[in-house]
Design a protein around this ligand. Structure first.
Ligand code: PGA
Length: 265
């Protein structure tokens, strides 16, 4: 499902996933550099996902600005004897508006299943957070021609938590082909667009109104030199950026590319 006038219904978003990188001084520098670049309400929505330990620093530096931030994970219970885990309320307490859920590194290294992803999405919504849910196929799944089947399974798993028609979309999806994460290989803009249109179609089958409104970000080796061509695609509403979000200048160029696309629509 393609909507050539996405700017009318969907803002552009650029999110930076810092993964397990950075100390307080890095967080202060990166956050301040983004603020110094002068985000305005007309800018793309910029969301940072620092490690938990850096949330207080990001919160302190960015409080009151239009910059947004979130946790890279959460646990589905609200509190209790769950050593090492973090709840939605704890993230809210640090000013988080978003939370990443189901990143492929969580799915692969920490064995998070579709069932766990749904539990976390529900917990996030219950805490008043907006889940940014990652989906994507491995290289082997793509080579075997199973991309659509994998994405269908991952999207259908979270559909029970999708908002109802008339509401704003209550989550963001990020399509991140695993073979493109941290590898320097990016899905070509047309290739990514094809998948995004497929994913939007899956959502439309359940709720056409939300499908029109939901943000579908692309992730996987997004850099300053490919951001604009990716974000210009009709069903790509911005990017989830890993490695390049750790360098202020590169990340700001990606935000600038999003700004150019948003203004051009
Ligand atoms: P990358 O990571 O930009 O370094 O490929 C993207 C992600 O994992 O979110």
């Amino acid at each position: 499902m393609t909507n050539g006038r996405k700017g009318d219904v969907r803002p552009i978003m650029v999110a930076g996933n810092w993964k397990m990188n950075g100390l307080n001084a890095d967080a202060e520098h990166l956050t301040q550099a983004i603020l110094d670049a002068g985000l305005t309400p007309a800018s793309p929505e910029v969301v940072l996902f620092p490690p938990f330990t850096l949330l207080p620093m990001v919160h302190q530096v960015a409080k009151g600005s239009s910059l947004r931030w979130g946790g890279q994970n959460l646990f589905w219970e609200s509190h209790g004897a769950y050593t090492g885990e973090i709840s939605g309320a704890m993230l809210r307490d640090h000013g988080c508006r978003y939370v990443l859920i189901g990143h492929s590194e969580r799915r692969q290294i920490f064995q998070e299943t579709d069932e766990i992803v749904l539990k976390k999405v529900k917990a996030a919504l219950h805490s008043g957070l907006i889940p940014m849910v990652c989906i994507g196929e491995s290289e082997q799944e793509r080579l075997q021609g199973n991309t659509e089947e994998v994405l269908r399974r991952q999207v259908e798993a979270i559909l029970p938590a999708l908002g109802s028609a008339g509401q704003q979309a209550n989550m963001v999806l990020a399509y991140e082909p695993i073979w493109a994460i941290g590898t320097g290989k990016t899905a070509g803009p047309e290739q990514a667009q094809e998948v995004h249109a497929f994913v939007r179609g899956l959502i439309a089958a359940k709720n056409p109104d939300i499908a029109r409104k939901i943000l579908l970000l692309y992730g996987g080796s997004v850099k300053a030199n490919n951001a604009q061509s990716l974000f210009s695609q009709p069903d790509i509403d911005g990017g989830l950026v890993g490695g390049a979000s750790l360098q202020a200048a590169e990340f700001l160029q990606i935000c600038q590319a999003a700004h150019v696309v948003a203004r051009g629509l």
